[in-house]
Design a protein around this ligand. Structure first.
Ligand code: FAD
Length: 407
């Protein structure tokens, strides 16, 4: 397959390309340096909301989503072309990564018409930012064993429990929360997904400090948070199916989307090598060539997954392949960048923001192997669902959640 294949069958390609370029020139800077990966800065969130508002006004937001629900009503090919053009620009939309990569496709696939009408447009325009809440202190890789409870009370659900590692919860307006609605069923069967308003005073968000110095994720406590029954997303006790879909959207987004740690970044490194006069070093040239090829492969995996989504399918284990490849790329990029920047990646003069960015990127790279399910978990999925290997033994298979011992 050639790069040109990515560009076929786009109606009015020329005028679309021109409109995208005009917008980017007016609203973004061209990329000539590494991106900081700290997503917790309030100025950055404000900048993101303003940027998205402009993108939405220009009719360039959520390109392949229906106009009726706030999208641009174009095709996934338009989105691919947009992403390709935007690769050379710094789009300040990092804080919308979860909103648009995971929550928006979930609303689109599983929302009732009323939920789509109420939430999708504001999500697309950046007016409201969303986060996703699966992980708990006692349920990470084995997320189906989670303990946050949702009890029915009249026409409402009352949610109680604790989530952890919730990216962006400190600036989110809404969240998709997975909670246990029937503990007498086996762990995968008694879960449901809810839309929760984060401005509710019973929702408590406590940022966590990371090794990189930032606070991108949080602990979130639900203290008898009440949500009306029409905030149930999908069917009651079908939350596991929704959680799997959402995790697959996340894996695709990490592995094949425009995430700052896994997207095509070799050109940035080539520029860095030139600036530091290391571009003639044969070892560095070899590393850069290898990275460049792997980034091309990443795009092809991404295209395969996007085509599948455009055909109405929820991504399957190919999402795990994309995710695993993305986390491998993030580590390769980290190692290559540290070889090129040398000691200034470990110790830099106060105020040398550029060196600091490379260091922050290096520290954040390992997180890509954990977020959205660890590399080991992706390998298990690929082993079972692609290679047909036997499933992991489960001593409590079929037992009700409340009869399984846990600490
Ligand atoms: C940057 C970042 C952002 C995140 N954002 C969010 C978010 O927005 N919302 C959210 O809900 N969560 C989020 N998470 C949490 C993430 O989903 C979990 O950290 C992840 O699923 C792993 O769970 P855990 O940390 O509890 O590790 P554990 O599950 O305790 O795993 C510990 C180790 O054991 C290994 N292991 C566990 N089970 C198996 C197995 N069956 N086979 C082989 N090895 C195994 C793991 O690979 C890992 O190395 C985020 C995490 C990161 C790093």
């Amino acid at each position: 397959m050639h790069d040109n294949d990515l560009k076929t069958a786009i109606p009015n390609e020329e005028s679309f390309r021109a409109a995208v370029l005009e917008f980017l020139k007016e609203n973004c800077e061209q990329i000539n340096e590494s991106e900081s990966t700290q997503g917790d800065d309030p100025d950055r969130v404000r900048e993101c909301r303003n940027f998205q508002k402009e993108l939405f006004k220009a009719g360039l937001a959520a390109l392949s989503y229906s106009k009726e629900h706030g999208g641009a009503g174009l095709t996934s090919k338009h989105q691919e072309l947009f992403d390709e053009i935007a690769r050379d620009w710094r789009l300040p939309n990092g804080p919308l990564y979860i909103s648009h990569g995971m929550c928006l496709p979930m609303l689109d696939q599983y929302g009732t018409e009323e939920q789509k009408n109420t939430f999708m447009k504001d999500c697309i325009s950046g007016e409201k930012i969303w986060c996703q809440l699966f992980s708990e202190p006692g349920a990470g890789s084995d997320v189906a064993s989670l303990s946050t409870r949702a009890n029915r009370d009249g026409d409402e659900w009352v949610i109680t429990g604790q989530k952890v590692w919730t990216s962006g919860a400190h600036y989110a307006d809404l969240g998709l929360v997975v909670a246990r609605t029937d503990p007498s069923l086996p762990k995968h069967k008694g879960l449901s997904m809810f839309i929760v308003d984060f401005n509710d005073p019973t929702v408590e968000v406590k940022p966590l400090k990371q090794i990189s110095g930032g606070s991108g994720f949080n602990e979130v406590f639900f203290n008898e948070t009440r949500v009306s029954s029409d905030r149930l997303l999908g069917d009651l006790n079908q939350g596991w199916n929704l959680a799997v879909s959402m995790l697959m959207f996340e894996r695709v987004s990490i592995g094949a989307g425009g995430g700052s740690l896994t997207a095509d970044r070799t050109p940035t490194l080539i520029e860095l090598a030139k600036t530091l006069n290391k571009n003639s070093d044969p070892c560095i040239r070899q590393i850069l060539a290898d990275l460049w090829m792997r980034e091309k492969i990443r795009r092809f995996i991404g295209q395969r997954v996007r085509d599948s989504v455009a055909a109405g399918r929820v991504p399957g284990p190919e999402g795990s392949i994309a995710k695993l490849n993305g986390s491998l790329l993030a580590r390769l990029f980290r190692d290559a960048s540290m070889k090129i920047v040398g000691t200034s990646g470990q110790a830099w003069e106060v105020g040398d923001e550029d060196a600091e960015k490379w260091s922050v990127g290096c520290l954040a790279a390992s997180g890509v192997s954990i977020a959205g399910g660890t590399d080991e978990v992706q390998r298990n999925i690929i082993g079972e669902r692609v290679l047909g290997l036997p499933k992991e033994p489960d001593l409590y298979k079929g037992a009700s959640w409340d009869s399984v011992p846990r600490n």
